[in-house]
Design a protein around this ligand. Structure first.
Ligand SMILES: Nc1ncnc2c1ncn2[C@@H]1O[C@H](COP(=O)(O)OP(=O)(O)OP(=O)(O)O)[C@@H](O)[C@H]1O
Ligand SMILES: [Mg+2]
Length: 353
């Protein structure tokens, strides 16, 4: 969806990138679960949302505004569509960056039907004036439309039908508190467990008419970085391989060979991730080393290393950011099959081991 925005080239083409690429956008519609029952994992959010929606339905009311926060590819857009489907309501989809002026938002709000779901993706990227208009719309179902300019400008109040705002953000921390407070329910999406991803993969394989055995699904799940979008993408690449090189059936061996071809390793690290780790271990003895030095060593921009490779390495407990620089953890040495030098052993206290 946002492959051409604030992303480096390296990030945009990554097989293990969490943002949607063009192909994803085309096939995702077909793979999206249509109701809460089909939605895999996220037990807590699902249960809570189920209650919110059931209660609203019983009262014959419009559901409260919902905020969904979580990393890219975890199912925020999917869940917003499920909310509309569960409420039997139409859905209007827009995004923060698409709303440049308060007038853009006023136009959307004033054309909503009663009970409609308004999905506002990347809500943290909305302009300030639009955000303020949204406060009033969410709370009082009313907006003030400003007509004219300067001293002669007048505010014309406009009543809105009750609607449900579903906001999505990858950065809940960036939302101003007044906006956050106006949501009746906030769902925090977590990364998926390998078992949950396995279920996602089996489900998608069924829809794509691909034969896969449980071990094959487990192999792909383990490399999908806790993210259904990546799981679905890897499944499609493995399917290509299975079709060309094997008899079309995805087994553990087929999945592992395919992902080796695509340079996605057993833990979901790709070439860039491994290059960063290898430089850190082999050239700098595990660190600490400054970000700029590390970036030069792998021939990448500082930002690419910091924003594209590091977050996952940190999440996986392979790399730590310390005030003195980047440091490899014992798990990093183990993952690359290398032995930490003796001096490194003394640093292990850093990681509580
Ligand atoms: N719980 C789930 N069960 C099954 N499939 C899922 C689930 N969550 C996400 N998916 C699949 O993952 C893909 C990405 O999901 P979605 O577009 O909803 O993510 P997102 O959180 O909106 O990402 P972004 O932050 O990039 O907008 C979809 O194709 C969907 O089919
Ligand atoms: Mg989305």
């Amino acid at each position: 969806m946002n492959w051409d925005e604030d992303e480096t080239g390296a990030a945009a083409e990554r097989l293990v990138g969490a943002d949607a690429d063009r192909e994803d956008s085309a096939v995702e519609a077909a793979l999206r679960p249509k109701d809460l029952g089909e939605f895999v994992g996220q037990e807590k959010v699902r249960q809570q949302l189920d209650l919110v929606l059931k209660a609203a339905r019983q009262r014959g009311a419009t559901a409260d505004h919902v905020l969904l926060s979580g990393a890219p590819g975890l199912g925020k857009t999917t869940l917003s569509m499920i909310i509309a489907a569960e409420m039997g309501a139409p859905i209007r989809i827009t995004s923060g960056p698409a709303i440049q002026h308060a007038g853009d938002l006023a136009a959307i709000l004033s054309s909503l039907q009663e009970g409609e779901v308004l999905f506002l993706d990347e809500i943290h990227r909305m302009s300030r004036p639009a955000e303020e208009m949204l406060y009033m719309a969410m709370e009082d179902f009313r907006v003030d439309v400003i007509v004219g300019k300067g001293p002669g400008a007048t505010a014309i109040p406009l009543e809105l039908p009750p609607f449900t705002l579903v906001g999505a953000t990858t950065r809940a921390g960036l939302l101003p508190p007044p906006l956050r407070d106006r949501f009746g329910f906030t769902g925090h999406m977590e990364f998926y467990t390998p078992e949950e991803l396995q279920r996602v993969i089996h489900r998608s394989a069924g829809l794509l008419d691909v034969t896969i055995d449980p071990a094959g699904a487990a192999e792909i799940a383990g490399r999908s970085r806790g993210t259904p979008r990546i799981a679905n993408r890897l499944l499609r690449r493995v399917r290509d391989y299975a079709q060309v090189k094997a008899d079309g059936v995805i087994t553990r061996e087929v999945a592992a060979s395919a992902l080796q071809v695509y340079e996605v390793d057993a833990r979901g690290l790709d070439r860039l991730d491994r290059a960063v780790l290898e430089a850190l271990l082999k050239l700098f003895g595990g660190g600490p080393v400054g970000l700029s030095t590390l970036a030069v060593a792998v021939g990448e921009e500082r930002e690419t290393v910091e924003e594209v490779a590091e977050p996952f390495l940190v999440r996986e407990g392979l790399l730590a950011r310390t005030p003195r620089g980047r440091v490899a953890t014992p798990a990093a040495w183990a993952h690359l099959g290398l032995t930490a030098p003796a001096a490194q052993a003394g640093q292990q206290g850093l990681f509580g081991v």
